[in-house]
Ligand binder design. Structure first.
Ligand code: AMP
Ligand code: MN
Ligand code: MN
Ligand code: MN
Length: 312
């Protein structure tokens, strides 16, 4: 049974509001909680529809689906695919797809296979800059070694007292131009879209405000994404300011994209906001969840707190 939330509106009508979070991580990639714990935490925080979107892996999805059934929370499959476009790393979310699809699984396995080698090179780069033991330190934090990421290095650098927090590690060590950053070959945009669509899913650009693109390059990226069949962009994101949400709301309308909402929750303490703790989508946008195979727009089994206006 899918749980839907109803709230009584000021005017006295019963309206349907679903708290949707289509972007969060478990320790199947670089999150801190297990997949089941993420779902339970989201359910406890009032999320009504959730997608677990680990980086380049579907390993957490069966446990997340089972926990969603137990808690009664709405759930769709998810993944955050690392791609590169014009040499910049971009993240594409795949949502509501068949997670046993062979081509999608094989594509993700290929992206994962390069991560340990990249981590070794990051360890060497950091050693040259005077930080020893970073590869081993990062690997100790990675539940699944093949998903080792910059986040695991960040945890090691914080643990060693080299930086005070995660964000400073990125700013000072782990972004292009900094000593611990190493280039890597990720998937292409076209192939990521083929994998998602081949598995009957929907493709969304994750946190578009995070990329180091000029505004012209970002718009060109959106044009390419649209031309190749991409459906949506994350308008409301844990990584966006309110101004960015407004800006991407305008761009979603301009390009004809559906809009998504996601916290990018990685774990307590590390993420500033919890699952679902976000503004609602701005008015006038098409929610990306209206494209999902199951309808989450109506409250079929909803607890009604106010008068039932549907029968009057
Ligand atoms: P990777 O996939 O190894 O390149 O690592 C990327 C991950 O690092 C992202 O998924 C975020 O969790 C984290 N990350 C990237 N940039 C930042 C940033 N500026 N501040 C904090 N975390 C970041
Ligand atoms: Mn991450
Ligand atoms: Mn991301
Ligand atoms: Mn993410």
């Amino acid at each position: 049974m899918v749980r839907r939330e109803c709230f009584k509106a000021a005017a006295g009508d019963s309206i349907f509001v679903l708290n949707v979070d289509l972007h969060c991580h478990s320790n199947a990639s670089d999150g801190m909680l297990s997949a089941a714990e993420v779902v339970r935490r989201a359910a406890a925080d009032g999320v009504g529809l959730l997608a677990l979107t680990d980086h380049d892996t579907l390993a957490g999805l069966p446990a997340a689906a089972a926990a969603a059934r137990e808690t009664g929370i709405g759930w769709v499959s998810g993944v955050e695919i690392s791609i590169e476009w014009r040499s910049v790393q971009v993240h594409i979310l795949g949502l509501d797809f068949d997670y046993e699809n062979p081509a999608l699984n094989a594509g993700l396995a290929r992206i994962r296979s390069g991560r340990i080698e990249r981590a070794r090179r990051m360890g060497e780069a950091l050693a040259e800059a005077g930080i020893e033991g970073a590869f081993e330190g990062a690997m100790r934090h990675a539940e699944h070694p093949e998903l080792v990421s910059r986040s695991h290095f960040a945890r090691y650098l914080v643990e060693k007292g080299i930086c005070r927090d995660h964000r400073r590690v990125f700013d000072e060590w782990m972004v292009p131009g900094k000593p611990g950053y190493v280039d890597h070959r990720w998937a292409g945009l076209e192939e990521a879209l083929e994998w998602i669509h081949g598995a009957s899913g929907v493709a969304v650009v994750a946190h578009p405000g995070r990329y180091l693109f000029s505004s012209a390059a970002l718009k060109q990226f959106f044009r390419d994404f649209k031309t190749q069949g991409g459906e949506g962009i994350e308008v409301v994101s844990g990584g966006h300011t309110r101004e960015q949400s407004k800006y991407f709301s305008r761009l979603a309308k301009h390009f004809g994209f559906s809009a998504s909402r996601g916290s990018d929750f990685h774990g307590p303490g590390e993420s500033c906001i919890g699952p679902g703790a976000l503004d609602p989508l701005p008015e006038g946008l098409t929610p990306v969840w209206s494209l999902f195979r199951e309808s989450f727009l109506e409250p079929p089994a909803c607890r009604r707190n106010g008068p039932d206006t549907t029968t009057s």
